[in-house]
Design a protein around this ligand. Sequence first.
Ligand code: NAD
Ligand code: UDP
Ligand code: UDP
Length: 317
Amino acid sequence: MSRLYYSRKRVMVTGGAGFLGSHLIDRLLAEGHDVLCVDNLFTGSRDNLVEAAKNPNFEFMRHDVTWPLYVEVDEIWNLACPASPIHYQHDPVQTTKTSVHGAINMLGLAKRLGARIFQASTSEVYGDPHVHPQPEGYWGNVNPIGPRSCYDEGKRCAETLFFDYHRQHGLDIKVARIFNTYGPRMHPADGRVVSNFVMQALKGEPITIYGDGSQTRSFCFVDDLIEGFLRFMKAPAEVTGPMNLGNPSEFTILELAEMAIRLTGSGSTIVRQPLPADDPKQRQPDIALARKALGWQPTVPLEQGLERTIAYFKQFT
Ligand code: NAD
Ligand code: UDP
Ligand code: UDP
């Protein structure tokens, strides 16, 4: 029998109809696994799964992870959660429930099955950081009661649950702290900075910079991130994370706006809008751990990744 037969797994991806989840599913299917996508389609879309749906090893289940789920799988990837500020602030109570109840249900499932489980955590656990760049040992600076707290504290509590299930029940966990990631299949209207700037530039509309544009982010192209995910999930059990995954090349938001204008050849102007509450002033991953434990680092420079993202967004203009 082929090697593939033995290495083939039944893999579940929650949030699989979203931006990152759908790219992950494409890679898992290409590796020959059976993939079950579990998603309530709150921010995700079946459009992201058009290619996956052609594969007989793919199955879609509409389900909300805040409710228990009884299925039989070998491996779980928990990505379900709205990720853009306008989406996660739309129904903040549901956002916390998704992170916390969702984590409890998926951990309960993993416990019953003895399955390895991956958690899509976030650089938001560092809040508005006082340590720069951010290593995993930094505990963060998070407002517990602000408009971003439903997301930040939900994800922090999910990390707590993952590590308590690991210590208390011996669960095999992988916790990734994902930094700003962009690329094709981002929702064109999700309000995140890359989708906003590219769509505005393509339409010749003003580019909306919140605040003075001196705040920084470090942008990772989606293909690089998914490669990091796969290496992490295949790493030995003692490599639990939390592990930063992101691109350490840091840019100001003004630099990003100028790049979006230049690469689209747009005549857009720049307008200033008020800075949202608790907007982190700086963010850059320290990826020393991922380099050492996974031999991983991003390879796609921002300009190249933006070209590919612009090509994708052209269909929406
Ligand atoms: P996304 O909004 O495109 O995808 C999230 C998916 O989860 C969607 O398909 C949505 O319908 C689904 N979902 C939401 N609530 C659900 C629920 N209660 N039950 C079932 N499905 C639900 O966002 P994304 O960028 O693909 O993010 C995926 C994960 O990665 C999220 O957990 C997010 O917090 C995390 N993350 C992403 C980034 C980034 O830059 N993209 C950064 C840090 C962390
Ligand atoms: N759970 C689930 N699927 C399973 C097993 C458990 O959804 O296959 C959920 C169930 O709702 C449970 C939660 O996971 O409440 C936590 O499970 P655990 O076994 O840790 O705790 P308990 O069942 O004792 O509450
Ligand atoms: N931002 C901006 N204009 C926009 C959208 C976002 O200036 O149209 C800024 C936002 O204030 C933040 C940064 O870009 O400082 C990244 O925002 P995003 O919502 O993409 O992600 P996050 O703040 O969660 O990192």
